[in-house]
Design a protein around this ligand. Structure first.
Ligand code: COA
Length: 324
């Protein structure tokens, strides 16, 4: 019997406040033209004062449950990916669990920065395939605006806040020759690259929250190579080629990274789902936010081959390949 995890619902939440490039140009020495040309970003959402990562996550999770047509009572696992939790502990996932009224099962956070959603998906998929859970909420939620150095033009223009969530359910499709659901996951990390992308604070080092620091061009180079290689790995594991991909839903860090990755794989740009122009880089939230758009506007259809991939601080990187 082939037990697979199928996506049965998706939701998102974006804070109301839109911050344009022109607005940022009043704060740091930058311009709308530079930001658009170098990154593809036009605007981003920024959480209101007092609006926490859990608030974003709860909203997205509620929408995902309602789109799946289930209630919190049906959920037995929440895996929440975030690098910007409400508090050092407890896990932000437990706040979501309480707000949804879910009292059984387990809820926890995982941290792989921008690759967080892929890590969370892989973990939830393993729980489901092993029979330890049947219905999981997988959430990516971030308030990166809280850890940006708003004086540093090389980083503060790149990020935004938001949350996306999916419902993942176990299905036994033993009869099907082409079973639907997650077909494979591929995770990597290489901790030697810590200094390229990190936050210069934390409870056990400085006892402060800290700010994001990044060697942009170095990250760019690794991102294109790692995203292309893990995508190749996912295709090879499933005896597929780039031509088999219906939709690539990548982490949204820089439009030029997405274009270069697509070029490297000879993948048509129309197959790449892009939201970076409106959301900027929302770290662990960017993939479910992009997924939400491609599902609700009807691009992603049942049985489509969908590949998600990401790369982030650490470095961490990974991909998941799904027959939708
Ligand atoms: N506005 C105007 N100029 C800026 C600027 C901004 N917001 N940020 C940097 N610059 C300047 C730099 O100071 C530099 O000036 P100089 O030539 O006088 O020294 C110039 O633009 C080029 O900087 P550089 O860093 O080489 O630009 P780039 O083309 O590599 O673009 C990034 C910078 C950050 C957009 C790009 O490197 C990038 O996207 N990297 C990957 C980031 C990423 O993906 N991070 C998350 C991973 S999950």
């Amino acid at each position: 019997m082939t037990r697979r995890s199928v996506v049965t619902g998706c939701g998102r939440y974006l804070p109301e406040r839109i911050v344009t490039n022109d607005e940022l140009a009043k704060r740091v020495d930058t311009s709308d033209e530079w930001i658009q040309q170098r990154t593809g970003i036009c605007e981003r959402r920024i959480a209101a004062d007092g609006e926490k990562t859990s608030d974003l996550a709860i909203n997205a999770a509620q929408k995902a449950l309602s789109s799946a047509g289930i209630s919190a009572d049906d959920v037995d696992l929440i895996v929440l990916a975030t690098a910007t939790p409400d508090e050092t502990f407890p896990a932000t996932a437990t706040r979501v669990q309480a707000a949804l009224g879910m009292t059984k099962g387990a809820a926890f956070d995982i941290q792989a920065v921008c690759t967080g959603f892929i890590y969370a998906l892989n973990i939830a998929d393993n729980f489901i395939r092993l029979g330890q859970a049947n219905t999981a909420l997988v959430i990516g939620a971030e308030t990166f605006s809280r850890i940006l150095d708003w004086e540093d033009r090389s980083t503060c223009v790149l990020f935004g806040d938001g949350a996306g969530a999916i419902v993942l359910q176990g299905t036994d499709n033993s009869d099907s020759a082409a079973p639907r659901g997650i077909l494979s996951n591929h995770l990597h990390s290489d901790g030697r690259h810590h200094d390229c992308l990190y936050v210069d604070g934390g409870p056990s080092s400085t006892q402060t929250v800290g700010h994001l620091r990044m060697e942009g061009p170095e990250v760019f180079k690794h991102a294109v190579n790692n995203m292309a290689s893990v995508l190749g790995e996912a295709l090879a594991a499933n005896d597929m080629t780039a031509e088999d991909i219906d939709w690539l839903v990548p982490h949204q860090a820089n439009k030029r990274i997405l274009d270069s990755t697509a070029r490297k794989l000879k993948l048509s740009r129309e197959k790449v789902v892009i939201t970076i122009d409106r959301h900027a880089n929302t770290s662990a939230a960017s993939i479910p936010l992009a997924l939400y758009e491609a599902i609700t506007d009807g691009r992603i259809q049942e049985d489509d081959i969908v590949v998600m991939e990401a790369m982030g601080g650490g470095f961490t990187w990974g991909a998941s390949l799904i027959r939708w």
